[in-house]
Design a protein around this ligand. Structure first.
Ligand code: PEP
Ligand code: MN
Length: 359
């Protein structure tokens, strides 16, 4: 599969900007669907998305209009000329999407985790020339993501792509689903022609961070964006906090930089920008790790305060430093470098603990 060219469907669209898929989290009513679609006609969006069958974490929430909403999607296409996409979660959904001539079918994060469900969908879609996009599984498992794409490919589906929507994590972070960029980067390295679409809406879980996540994904050479859009986000029936208006979508796409160089420089510039974006991702991870470390350090400070133990314990510290120097050596990092870094981390830790102990 590594040598297949997956990008034909995207090239055929002849876009001079990254692909934009937009539309509400859920198709609520026919009027809502058509109103949003008409507003999106004035944006860069080529594809209209709407959830028809909604996977909900807890029962009792709006679970979608089901098959009744499929003719609304046909109307969107007829009235605006946009392509349409819906999520399918089982064979029946997949058959209905084909029957109603939906252009792009996507498999949701909660479905990608389940090889039985993916196989059932792949069988139902066998041989289709529709485009099928696979969201990453909820858990950070690259092989499971690739496995789902392989199951579709094996059933003769050629127009494939991936959607990066972030990964669930136990730790509370500023994201609803942490991006863990290294995973889509690894996917791209394995399948360089496979288009990857970023879904900043489900990564952020709120409106604020959407622009930054979009920009990082474009710096990493993702081919497109899927952004939840609603004319009245606050009153959306699902994912209200993360939806943006079509007007805001326009502002975002206008501000986003798709970095381009002069033609003769383009290749090396592309590579350079891509590598720089990877460095930015790693630097952010370093900061997150340092912040995690300081949280633990502060907890130690609390224990020391309760039990009246001195902050600095030299024997413990020289043990830590020696361990890190050895670890560094094994990874090709010099003793001098490791010592400098850990002295500085240690200094910051002492300052954090002093604040706690003296509070
Ligand atoms: C969605 O796109 O509305 C959705 C349910 O996404 P995910 O599968 O990424 O949670
Ligand atoms: Mn949603």
């Amino acid at each position: 599969m590594e040598s297949v060219d997956f990008s034909t469907w995207l090239k055929k669209m002849e876009l001079n900007h990254p692909l934009v898929i937009a539309g509400p989290c859920s198709a609520e009513t026919e009027e809502q669907v058509l109103k949003i679609a008409h507003q999106l006609k004035e944006t860069d969006a080529t594809v209209f998305r709407a959830g028809i069958w909604k996977p909900r974490t807890r029962p009792g929430n709006f679970e979608g209009n089901g098959v009744k909403a499929l003719p609304w999607m046909a109307k969107v296409k007829e009235e605006t000329g946009m392509l349409t996409t819906v999520e399918v979660a089982n064979a029946e959904h997949a058959k209905l999407a084909l029957e109603f001539d939906i252009d792009i079918i996507w498999i949701g994060a909660r479905t990608t985790v389940n090889p039985f469900a993916v196989q059932e969908i792949a069988d139902a879609l066998a041989g289709t020339d529709k485009i099928v996009l696979v969201k990453n599984p909820i858990n950070p498992d690259l092989e499971l993501w690739i496995g789902a794409i392989e199951r579709l490919h094996t059933m003769g589906i050629k127009n494939l792509g991936a959607i990066h929507r972030g990964f669930s994590s136990f730790k509370k972070t500023k994201y609803r689903n942490t991006p863990q960029w290294q995973i889509p980067i690894a996917l791209k390295q394995r399948f360089p022609t496979l288009p990857i679409i970023n879904d900043p809406s489900h990564i952020c879980g709120e409106r604020e961070g959407i622009f930054d996540v979009c920009q990082t994904s474009l710096d990493l050479k993702f081919e497109g964006l899927m952004i939840e859009t609603h004319f009245d986000p606050d009153n959306a029936w699902s994912d209200a906090k993360q939806q943006i208006t079509p007007a805001r979508l326009n502002e975002i796409t206008e501000e986003l930089k798709v970095r381009k160089g002069r033609v003769e420089e383009k290749d090396s510039l592309d590579k350079l920008n891509n590598l720089r974006a990877q460095i930015n991702v790693l630097d952010k991870q370093l900061i997150d790790l340092l912040a995690d470390r300081m949280d633990v350090v502060e907890n130690i400070g609390k224990v020391k305060k309760e039990s009246n133990v001195a902050i600095l314990q030299r024997s413990r510290w020289s043990e830590v430093m020696q361990g890190m120097v050895n670890e560094g050596k094994q990874n090709g990092l010099s003793e001098d470098f490791i010592e400098k870094i850990f002295k500085s981390i240690h200094q910051e830790s002492i300052e954090h603990q002093e604040k706690i102990v003296n509070s």
